[in-house]
Design a protein around this ligand. Structure first.
Ligand SMILES: O=C(CO)COP(=O)(O)O
Length: 248
């Protein structure tokens, strides 16, 4: 039985003060549920949020990292720096990073490997654009993104990773994939994992859906057999909305 995981991706939102208010509103509920609840906050909030979590079951995530250990990489943050703060999860390969910051499958792979090496759990994002979907390339795209991101990742390590299927056209648009469509693609990603690794890992790996998830559609999405949770953008910024998803 896979444990559901609901992660909030705050993107570039919230000052430290706002982050602390939000975390205080979430902590108690996170302690009551069997769902694993994660907040992926901006780098600037990580330390203070970590302190505020103080024994709560709410988990801390970052939204990116760089693959080198140290050096002249102005503006970048290493895996070790995140580990030092007590970060557990890190989003890697989000479509916004692929689109605006030119991340490629190759750099995503480097980041995944470094995160795992340093003991961070990647939330690996894959998903097709609208053009790719309309050209019937959804399966091809998610397969190649998954294969390339996981190149050189051992069976032991891949168990620590979560995959988020986020169709790019559903992010921040109010359009969601139908829960059946999302489930079909996620079941396919599971198959790809089975081809790379084995049936046990394919069965055990957790795969989330992301893209306009709200309290109103969470129950339906989470009801699908292959969907193990959600990666939530906009609706993770308000405690009531996010808790509505967590308590789907
Ligand atoms: O990008 C997302 C999560 O990583 C999804 O964003 P929205 O929930 O705002 O569509």
């Amino acid at each position: 039985m896979r444990r559901p995981i609901i992660a909030g991706n705050w993107k570039m939102h919230k000052t430290i003060k706002e982050a602390l208010e939000m975390v205080n509103d979430l902590k108690e509920e996170a302690n009551k549920t069997d769902v694993e609840v994660v907040v992926c906050v901006p780098f600037t909030c990580l330390s203070e949020v970590k302190k505020a979590l103080d024994g709560s079951k709410l988990k801390l995530g970052a939204q990116n990292l760089f693959w080198e250990d140290k050096g002249a990489y102005t503006g970048e943050v290493s895996a070790e720096m995140l580990k030092e703060i007590g970060v557990e999860y890190v989003i890697i390969g989000h479509s916004e990073r692929r689109q605006y910051f030119h991340e490629t499958d190759e750099t995503v792979n480097k980041k995944v490997k470094k995160a795992l090496k340093k003991g961070l759990k990647p939330i690996l994002c894959v998903g097709e654009t609208l053009d790719e979907r309309e050209a019937d390339k959804t399966f091809q795209i998610v397969k190649s993104q998954t294969l390339l991101a996981l190149e050189g990742v051992s069976a032991e390590d891949v168990r620590k990773l979560v995959i988020a299927y986020e169709p790019v056209w559903a992010i921040g648009t109010g359009k969601t994939a139908s829960s059946q469509d999302a489930n079909t693609v996620i079941a396919y990603i599971r198959e790809v994992i089975g081809e790379i690794y084995n049936d046990t890992i394919s069965e055990e790996i957790r795969i989330q859906y992301g893209g306009s998830v709200k309290a109103a559609n969470a129950t339906e999405i989470m009801g699908e057999a292959d969907i193990d949770g959600a990666l939530v953008g906009g609706a993770s910024l308000e405690a009531d909305q996010f808790l509505g998803i967590v308590n789907f």
